[in-house]
Design a protein around this ligand. Sequence first.
Ligand code: ATP
Length: 211
Amino acid sequence: MESPIGLFGGTFSPVHHGHLRSALDICQALELSSVTLIPNYLSPHKAAQDVNAHHRLAMLKLATSISPMLSISDIEISSENTSYTVDTVRSFRAQYPNRPLCFLMGMDSLINFTKWHQWQEILANCHLIVSKRPGYDISDNSDAANLLTDYQTTDIAQIKSTLNGRIFVYEAHPLAISSSQMRQALKDGNSITYLTPPAVEDYIATHQLYR
Ligand code: ATP
């Protein structure tokens, strides 16, 4: 079977090293061909962003340009509609009928996963690769624990040899960084240096975002 493809959806407002490093760690550990970061247009789970999709996309381009393992898709942004992961993974599945698809998410997202639109259908199209995130513990949440009972594998070979339907939990470099914490810092006039690549920091300053 060809190597799996990584997909990583999110709001990325703004992108930070927690996103980037976990994507890279997982890409290497699972020998994915690459990870495609997919910024949403409108998240079904979050209030509308005050920074528009094109700025979020531009920051992602700056952040990922230095890594050959990371790329970007504007599939959700160009739809100009609420972004449902099930639609996105279906579209990648149509494009790659015979390759394992791995959808990356942080533990906070897995904890809410059974509330996602058509979550069973998402698993029918891809695997979930979950990175542990400081402050989010599976044992606090019975829904997520049940999901792991039903779908977890600890065997990377199984992810590589099947197309979809498994959950793999990976301990990436734990980085307790969040976009909301960065937006608050910017609002308060505090520095975001070392939380995100310098090019993203410069872009935010030039365009006076998140003031
Ligand atoms: P916010 O603070 O606004 O909620 P966020 O930092 O969680 O934003 P998102 O764009 O919502 O960023 O996250 C996209 C995906 O990245 C989600 O699956 C989330 O769980 C994951 N993620 C975000 N930050 C981290 C981190 N520090 N470590 C691992 N995964 C993360």
